[in-house]
Design a protein around this ligand. Structure first.
Ligand code: BF8
Ligand code: SF4
Length: 656
């Protein structure tokens, strides 16, 4: 239950730049999510615990002492299970829509149509093709690409029930594929599974909570597949990220520049706007500006940070505050996590909100139909709108917090392997497994996920990460969690000195010495692995660790944490993490406890079946303890199993 006292405080953030903007705009009538959260209190407890059903229009049905079932007779476990599956579906559909969009752009290139896009990373294309047994030798790039695109399209559309997802089959350890087959949750394809799940949650369909939870997991595996396709194809199209150095937080805005925020998720739009902005300096100068500055918000910000070194401005919760600096000329958005509230805020300033995608429009915003077949032309149109807006800027409203921190980002798994390979050339990943085996590192933690006003903005991310660093956990991050760490100065070498325990410090020192001069900077405390779809890069890391240790993933001392989870995508990602063997902390209570049965499946039964499980914990210090305990349990068990294997000269036990 939320503490009512803390809900009187509008300034629910620890980001000093966000605090400064909130303070400077106090009382000026501009409303943000921080205000609306207070207006929303108290929030409905039926919805909060998952026992409100609106699946049919006899509803809403709420479970109370008087009404223990919905009008149709649905028990709380059915209502909670069905709502859970609908959440996972929302997340999966969003990621897969993103993946389809990239696939459609690749299809244009593969079919030889004229396009402003082209293949940047031919090596990655060949690596992906080889993974899927697509012939590479003696074939043109175009021929290989055509086969890769055919396969990607099939991953979305296959109806044959005897053929299973190749992207799943080839990117996880075989034991995980077997587990999915044994539990009957191995997807044939994305669209088929989404249709099944939507049908399953219709009124009068599935009432069995276990069946609903298993279908949630099957759907979440489609989320994994769609995300993996997105990452792989984006790398082929725009390049596999390599380390990039820049700054993060509001201080990256330049008063004398045309400032353009790239907000949303898909690099198809943001990459080309960055390109157009770099070509249009003269137009900006003609309007009286020094230059054009692109900055990133949310995951498309992560995409262009990873590949283009574009500075990240802020993360999800503070997106409206970016406009309130008075120095934002355009906020260009594509899909997902774009608060409709940005338009009302923009109307108090000169900022143009530019929507671009047919299924993500905001009333009163500028709409530029981003037709990828005329991508550069459209991007120039967008940049021109920003330049026009710059001329309307009111200097009396400009107030940019002078707060920024150095960020070293761009750590694709390939880039990580390059760095780890400097101390372990034969098998880069062995640098990590050796450090865990020797006790130098306690394990690895992925920080993923959003911001959520139910907890203080950025606070849980910061507290848990620094606590784990102190306890020698190697940290990787994506999404808005990575946004926090960049803004608050945890993604640079100084943070290692400040926060890492002795073991982690020693490990980082070895890495820095072996990689001297490669990046021109010391390696960061937390490795930025990209946007939310790039959580699959992090899971490839888990797979690589499992392969190195020769165990199934539930044995690997790797945990995940979404301290400020908010979106349906966070629910679907968390669900596949658990299915694929990762203990997963969620720092905001999801709408599940209305059914102790479904709650028990998430917390305990999942572990018995899949080896991964959820941990709900809102208190960040407690969460850090639970994550550490999960890592310790795994390192201890692995040691015991290894000793037994050596003694009896056998393979390491498959059980967990
Ligand atoms: O996909 S972390 S708030 S921006 S959902 Fe959204 Fe959450 Fe941010 Fe990226 Ni991911
Ligand atoms: Fe109520 Fe059943 Fe309809 Fe849900 S599906 S709203 S529980 S009648």
């Amino acid at each position: 239950m939320a503490d009512k006292k803390k809900e009187k405080n509008r300034n629910r953030t620890i980001d000093p730049a966000a605090l400064e903007v909130l303070a400077s705009c106090e009382g000026n009538g501009v409303e943000t999510a921080y205000d609306r959260y207070l207006n929303m209190q108290p929030q409905c407890q039926y919805g909060d615990t998952g026992i409100c059903c609106t699946i049919c229009i006899q509803g809403p049905c709420r479970i109370t002492k008087k009404a223990s079932k919905g009008i149709c007779g649905a028990a709380p476990y059915t209502i909670v299970g069905r709502n859970l599956l609908r959440h996972v579906l929302g997340g999966t559909a969003a990621h897969c829509d993103h993946g389809m969009h990239i696939t459609s752009v690749m299809r244009e290139i593969a079919d030889g149509h004229e396009s402003d896009y082209s293949i940047t990373d031919s090596d990655k294309l060949k690596r992906i093709a080889t993974k899927f047994d697509i012939a590479v030798e003696g074939r043109s790039e175009q021929e290989i690409l055509k086969d890769v695109v055919d396969l990607a399209e099939e991953e979305f559309s296959r109806l044959d029930k005897r053929t299973y997802s190749k992207w799943m089959e080839k990117t996880v350890v075989p034991e995980r594929v077997q587990k999915a087959m044994d539990c009957n949750i191995m997807p044939n394809s994305i669209h088929k599974t989404i249709a099944e799940s939507m049908a399953q949650t219709h009124m009068g369909m599935d009432a069995d909570p276990v069946n609903l939870v298993f279908q949630s997991l099957k759907t979440s595996l489609c989320d994994y597949i769609g995300m993996h396709i997105s990452t792989d194809l984006s790398d082929i199209l725009f390049g596999t990220p390599t380390p990039a150095v820049t700054d993060a937080n509001m201080g990256v805005l330049e008063e004398k520049n045309v400032n353009i925020a790239l907000h949303g998720h898909n690099p198809i739009l943001s990459e080309i706007v960055v390109r157009a902005a770099r070509e249009m300096q003269d137009e900006a100068k003609a309007a009286g500006a020094d230059d054009i500055k692109c900055v990133g918000i949310c995951c498309t910000g992560n995409e262009v940070l990873m590949r283009q070194g574009v500075p990240p401005l802020t993360n999800f919760l503070s997106q409206e505050l970016a406009i309130m600096t008075g120095a934002m000329d355009a906020m260009v958005v594509d899909v997902q996590c774009i608060m409709p509230g940005i338009q009302a805020v923009a109307e108090c300033y000169h900022t143009k909100v530019i929507t671009t995608i047919p299924n993500a429009k905001i009333p009163s915003s500028y709409y530029v139909d981003f037709d990828e077949t005329r991508a550069l032309e459209k991007a120039r149109e967008i940049v021109n709108l920003a330049i026009e807006a710059y001329k309307e800027r009111d200097p009396s409203k400009v107030s940019i917090p002078q707060i920024k921190n150095k960020v070293i980002a761009g750590f694709s798994l390939e880039a990580m392997e390059d760095i780890l390979g400097a101390i372990s050339p034969e098998s880069p990943i062995k640098a990590v497994t050796d450090a865990v085996d020797s006790g130098e590192l306690a394990g690895v933690c992925l920080f993923a996920g959003c911001n959520n006003l139910k907890v203080f903005h950025d606070s849980s991310h910061f507290t848990i990460a620094t606590e784990l660093a102190k306890n020698n956990v190697l940290l990787v991050s994506t999404g808005c969690a990575a946004g926090t760490f960049g803004k608050l100065g945890l993604m640079n070498g100084d943070a290692v000195e400040k926060y890492a325990g002795d073991g982690l410090k020693a490990f980082m020192k070895r890495l820095n010495e072996a990689n001297k001069g490669k990046i021109g900077e010391d390696l960061p405390l937390i490795f930025h692995m990209g946007s939310c779809v790039d959580n699959t890069r992090c899971y490839d890391f888990v797979t690589a660790l499992a392969e190195q240790w020769k165990v199934d993933t539930p044995k690997v001392p790797f945990v995940a944490s979404a301290p400020e989870a908010m979106s349906e995508k966070a629910v679907s990602i968390g669900s596949w993490c658990v299915t694929l063997g990762v203990p997963t902390h969620v720092g905001v209570m999801p709408p599940i406890p209305g059914s102790p049965l479904v709650d028990g499946i998430a917390l305990q039964i999942a572990q018995d079946v899949y080896g991964g499980y959820f941990m709900w914990e809102e208190d960040p210090m407690e969460a850090a303890k639970k994550l550490l305990a999960a890592l310790q349990e795994r390192t201890w068990k692995m040691k015991v199993h290894k000793m037994a294997a050596e003694k009896y000269e056998t393979a390491v036990s498959e059980t967990w």
